[in-house]
Design a protein around this ligand. Sequence first.
Ligand code: ADP
Ligand code: ASP
Ligand code: MG
Length: 423
Amino acid sequence: MACIVMKFGGTSMAGTERIRRVAQIVKRQADGGHEVAVVVSAMAGETDRLVQFCREANPLFDPAEYDVVVASGEQVTSGLLAMTLQAIGASARSWMGWQLPLHTDTAHGKARIGSIDQGNLIASMASGQIAVIPGFQGMTADRRLSTLGRGGSDTSAVAVAAAIKADRCDIYTDVDGVYTTDPRIVSRARKLKMVTYEEMLELASVGAKVLQTRSVGLAMKEGVRVQVLSSFVEDGAPPADSLPGTMIVSDEELAAAQQEDPTMERQLITGIAHDKNEAKITLTRVPDEPGAVARIFGPLADANINVDMIVQNVGRDRGETDVTFTAPRSDLTRCTEILENQREAIGYNRMITDSRIAKISVVGVGMRSHAGIAADMFKALSGRKINIQAITTSEIKVSVLIDEDETELAVRVLHTAYGLDAD
Ligand code: ADP
Ligand code: ASP
Ligand code: MG
């Protein structure tokens, strides 16, 4: 008997018919004698709809009240799944974030999980009840609702798995695993049998939204076994134990698997990701002196705005320089407002913003031992006349900023250039 956490995303929970299918998948695991906790997302599109209501109600909404609104989508689906499970003869009970409770900090809208009081949950599961938990939501120390940031149900699932020491955390979604790139963009993307925590963390952080970045970081830290697989299976399909999803594994596990199966090829590049959720901001003629960039990024950090790529150009003659950076598109209005207010203090000339950009990244541990990966990337993009606006690198990743309209083309070209296309 195993203890399993099963997480179902928005498409899997989109409507009562899909929830009925999810209930059958869950019941099959429970019938196999396993203890099961299920973490669910809101129905596909629901969180977007709720966010839009917040914007209409008050463009400068209070993040604590935003959480009250957007957490509701998961409350609906967890109640519906619990009653659907009951309807097919399974014993099930829902547990809201505040009932567990799942404790978070007070960073409303992107709260971090502190701990989970797992006692009641474990007792209930041990008594044979399937626990149904709304993803994405938690409770702050002052007993207010909090949410974990978009895509946060993955993190809820991993956190629950760590808290109850589950044997596995199965992330059911609308694709049957992690691919070399988004299979909805490149039909020749290949499914990866295994991917390391480190590579998955990097891929997720640069836009492969199949797993939320934090969920991968947490799984790596807590040693949670994560598997990505599809909930879109035939009625009567075998239970997850025998389904070929993608396992997220440690470097050692991967090396062992490769030794056992030499046909498991290892590419230099593991995957390619794109991210259209950033905006580019340029401040022109910033004083080229100590403290200038601190005056730009200090107030943004104070406002909890995550700045990503930063490019500071070579100084001009008059002791001035241009500074370009990217930040989440959803924070652009707040970002420009802050910088407008700081104009005197920073001393820049003009602020130019551009939301029509995309970040394309190639990721692979092979980069550590191989030179020329970035050069190959630039050559492939230039071959299709795609202009690069900014570049950043890490030990196992190269990212470039390009025009949003060229996203799909760039991903396809790079996928082919690095030899990732399926036969
Ligand atoms: P869920 O609602 O189940 O959480 P998401 O939409 O958050 O699902 O994530 C699944 C989606 O991630 C897929 O439909 C796919 O388009 C996208 N995706 C992006 N990159 C990848 C990748 N490398 N492998 C698989 N899916 C990817
Ligand atoms: N419903 C939330 C979202 O759409 C959380 C999740 O689905 O993971 O972002
Ligand atoms: Mg998701």
